[in-house]
Design a binder for this molecule. Structure first.
Ligand code: FES
Ligand SMILES: [Fe+2]
Length: 427
C-alpha cells in the first residue's frame, strides 16, 4: 500500500474548483437528444478514438477470431490472432465482391471461433490470418488481377494490458498507451491476465449512451435510486448532510479521461451485512474470502490512500469504463446504436473459483451487481423520452457530479473542434 495521497480535495471544499475550464453552470443536453449531434459524434468521436473491443483471452490461440457488430462505426470488425501471435483487426469484408467474411447463421450476430485461414463462402477465396490473399478460386478466370493488392482491409489495432483496442482513423499516429495516458500508467501492474471466471451482462436500452455513463460517474444517487439495495446509505442520507458512504473519496481528471474512488471495505462483514451475505460470505462488491483479494495495488488505485477505500472507477474516453473492486475488475462498454439507443456490455472478471463456496460467493456478487445495474438502468428510458420532449434544454451537475460535467464537456468540445477543422479544410 502507498502512503502519500496522490489526489486531494481543493481547500475550497469543491472538487470542481481544481478544473476552472469545466465551468459551474448548467450543461446543454443537445448532445443527448439531437440526431444531428449524434452524426457528428460518430464522425469526430467514435471514428477517431481508440475503442476497447475485447480481451486477449478471447483469442486463446493462433487463428482464434471474434467479430464485433458496431453500428456506431458503420461496419463489422473481425479480430484475429495471427500465426505470429499478433492480434490484428479488419473490416469483416471479402475484397472480392464484398461478402461479409466471417459469420454463421445470422450475418448480424457476433461470432467467435478459430481456423488457420479466413475463408469466404461466397466464391471460396482464402485469406491468410494477416489478411493477405492465399488463393482465389478459379485463378484461370481472373482478369488484370494483382493479388498483392487484394487483402482484407485492416484497421489499427493495439493491445494494452490485455485489452484490445481499435482506431478507425487511418491517419491516427498516437499509440493506445499514449492515448490512455497517466491513468493507464497508474493501473499497469494490476493482475489483469487470465485465466478468469467471467460473468457477462448485455442489454440494449432506448437511451443515449452518455446518460448511462453518467449514472456510473457518481455515487450521489446511491441512497435514492438504490434505496432498495443499500438501506444503510438511505438512513444516512436522511440527514441531508455529507454522506461518508456516497461522497467520493477522490475525483480526478486527466485529459479526456476521468476517474473516481469511493467508499466501501466490502470484503468483510459489516453491521449492514444481510443474512444471505453472511451465509455466502459475499457482498455486492465481491466475495470475502481472503484468497480472492487484491495483492499490492498499482500506484494509481486508491489515490487518497484511504482505509475506507472500496472501488476505483476509470472512464476512459469515450465509452470504456474499468472498475476495480476487492476481488476483481469489471468492464463496461457503451455502444451507441442511434441517438436515443445504445448497447451496454458489462463483463465481470474474477479469479477462477477453487471451491463450490467461492463459486457461490461470486454468483451472489454477480446477482447483486446485475440487480444494481438494472436499478441504474431503470430511470433511463423514461428520462430519454422526457429529454426528447424539449421541455428542458439544459441540466445541472453539482460537485459530486463533476465527472458528468466532464464527459459532456469533452464530447461537446471534440465535436466542436472536429466541425471547425472540417470547415477549415473545406470538407
Ligand atoms: S465475395 Fe468473397 S469470394 Fe467472392
Ligand atoms: Fe448506481
Amino acid at each position: 500500500m502507498h502512503d502519500e495521497p496522490i489526489v486531494q480535495k481543493p481547500a475550497s471544499g469543491f472538487w470542481t474548483d481544481a478544473y476552472p475550464d469545466l465551468g459551474r453552470g448548467p450543461i446543454s443536453l443537445e448532445d443527448s437528444v439531437s440526431p444531428e449531434f449524434y452524426q457528428k459524434e460518430k464522425e469526430h468521436v467514435f471514428k477517431k478514438s481508440w475503442l476497447y473491443i475485447g480481451r486477449v483471452e478471447q483469442l486463446p490461440q493462433k487463428g482464434s477470431h471474434f467479430t464485433r457488430e458496431l453500428a456506431i462505426l458503420d461496419t463489422s470488425i473481425l479480430v484475429v490472432r495471427g500465426k505470429d501471435d499478433q492480434i490484428r483487426a479488419f473490416h469483416n469484408i471479402c475484397p472480392h465482391r464484398g461478402n461479409k467474411l466471417v459469420w454463421r447463421d445470422d450475418p448480424f450476430q457476433e461470432v467467435e471461433g478459430g481456423s488457420s485461414f479466413l475463408y469466404c463462402r461466397f466464391h471460396g477465396w482464402r485469406f491468410d490470418l494477416d489478411g493477405s490473399l492465399i488463393k482465389p478460386s478459379r485463378a484461370d478466370l481472373l482478369l488484370d488481377f494483382d493479388g498483392s493488392k487484394c487483402s482484407v482491409p485492416q484497421i489499427q489495432c493495439e493491445v494494452w494490458q490485455g485489452f484490445i483496442f481499435i482506431n478507425m482513423n487511418p491517419d491516427n499516429t498516437e499509440t493506445v498507451r499514449d492515448f490512455l495516458g497517466e491513468f493507464a500508467e497508474g493501473i499497469e501492474g494490476y493482475p489483469f491476465a487470465g485465466p478468469h471466471q467471467v460473468y457477462k451482462f448485455k442489454a440494449e436500452l432506448q437511451c443515449n449512451w452518455k446518460i448511462f455513463m453518467d449514472g456510473f460517474a457518481e455515487s450521489y444517487h446511491g441512497p435514492y435510486l438504490h434505496a432498495g439495495s443499500f438501506g444503510a446509505l438511505t438512513e444516512v442520507a436522511k440527514m441531508d448532510a455529507p454522506n461518508p458512504y456516497t461522497d467520493a473519496l477522490a475525483f480526478d481528471l486527466k485529459g479526456p479521461h476521468r476517474m473516481f474512488s469511493f467508499y466501501g471495505e466490502p470484503s468483510q462483514k459489516t453491521p449492514f451485512s444481510r443474512p444471505i451475505e453472511c451465509l455466502t460470505e459475499s457482498s455486492p462488491a465481491g466475495p470475502w474470502n481472503k484468497s480472492a483479494k487484491r495483492g499490492p495495488l498499482p500506484k494509481g488505485l486508491n489515490p487518497t490512500r484511504s482505509d475506507k477505500y472500496g472501488f476505483d472507477s476509470f472512464q476512459f474516453f469515450p465509452n470504456f469504463v474499468l472498475i476495480f473492486s476487492s476481488s476483481g475488475f469489471t468492464t463496461h462498454a457503451h455502444w451507441p446504436t442511434g441517438p436515443h439507443s445504445h448497447i451496454v456490455e458489462v463483463d465481470m472478471y474474477f479469479k477462477p473459483p477453487t471451491s463450490h463456496r467461492e463459486r457461490i460467493s461470486q454468483e451472489l456478487t454477480v446477482s447483486f451487481l446485475n440487480d444494481i445495474v438494472l436499478e441504474d438502468a431503470s430511470p433511463l428510458e423514461g428520462m430519454q423520452a422526457m429529454l426528447n420532449s424539449g421541455a428542458i434544454k439544459e441540466f445541472y451537475a453539482n460537485d459530486e457530479e463533476i465527472l458528468v460535467r466532464h464527459l459532456h464537456k469533452v464530447i461537446q468540445d471534440k465535436v466542436t473542434e472536429g466541425e471547425k477543422s472540417k470547415a477549415e479544410q473545406g470538407a
